[in-house]
Design a protein around this ligand. Sequence first.
Ligand SMILES: [Zn+2]
Length: 415
Amino acid sequence: MKRHELVKKMLDGVDFLEMFTRYVKIDTQADPESKTFPSSEKEKDLGRQLVKELTELGLADVEMDEYGYVYAHLAANNGSDKKVAFLAHMDVATDCAGNGVKPQIHENYDGSAIVLKDNIVIDPKDSPQLLECKGDTIITSDGTTLLGADDKAGITAIMAMLKWFKAHPELKHPYISICFTPDEEIGKGVDFINLEKVNADFAYTIDGGFPNEINYENFDAFSATVTFTGVSIHPGYAKDRMVNAMRYAGAFCDRLPKNMAPETTENREPFIHPLDIRGNAENVTVSMILRSFDIKDIEMEKDIINTLVDELRSENDKLKIEVKFEESYRNMHSVLKDAYYIVNYIEEAFKELNTEAEIHPIRGGTDGARLSFMGLPCPNIFAGGVNFHSQREWVALENIAFAAALLIKINEQIK
Ligand SMILES: [Zn+2]
């Protein structure tokens, strides 16, 4: 792959390897069982380190607050009054061991399978992106833990951007706000964020996967709870009197459209997913999640559920069924479509680096989606890593540098 001049220069001028490996060695695994915030106190160890580095780089109002959020700002030097924020999360996933990360450096990668401890193999057959990284420096864990490129590659890219601006004061940028967040992996990344401290008009999370991924669409997410109440009576005397709620709940699940399930859909296709059923003959609750990229499809899914419920009600007039829908989160596209210039800056920055953005809809939610609805529109940009939340997680150092270069170019677009 032909590498842009800026990426090459940044690889020469910034010690990406030293930064990234130092960050991943700091244990910041979140704790889903915890009642405190941040969920694990050790997340602040990385926060303290970043506060020190941001201060050394000359940023203003550098602080870590009681919740573990790190804030810092860099004044504009381009005369623009626009204010942009860059965010990345400090915690790592809880899906596998995340402490004692021993980063392994595979220099001048040759395209073959990478074998780690415990027979953990990262094979180009399963990870075809590896073949795009021949000659690069690949970083993995030793196979006993995750790596933590999610999202320490994002943190590295942001810190490298700041180092580059410090070393090249002639480069133009607007007012920049930095925010490093805790507990993203347990869905709480923006629970205690202080948007006054962030102080920006729009933002970017650097928390996506392989280049050139960007995301500005995610699921519209609702939950549905259907409660079946039957009539319970001694089974010896039940003829024509008992109504067994379990039979109707079972029929309900069975009649949900099978071509609209997580296991039968992909890309932008919507689904209804029954994920929990509990109860007894008298009372059963079925919990479902509804997902789509278009709010009209959520309405269609609600209709499907309501129609099925009416059908079952008509089969037994002693049966009671209650339906409840609740919004979980919304597609950030409904915010970003009216602020598309924010995505345009990314697309223009890619062009400056002689390549193009790849737009991926996220079949899930992101912190950026929540921020977008809190008033801070926030698409997501790749950080470089692959195989997140696994012992097979890997990243090419050159791709972190590419993310950093993209951030430099995004700043140049904001005038
Ligand atoms: Zn992440």
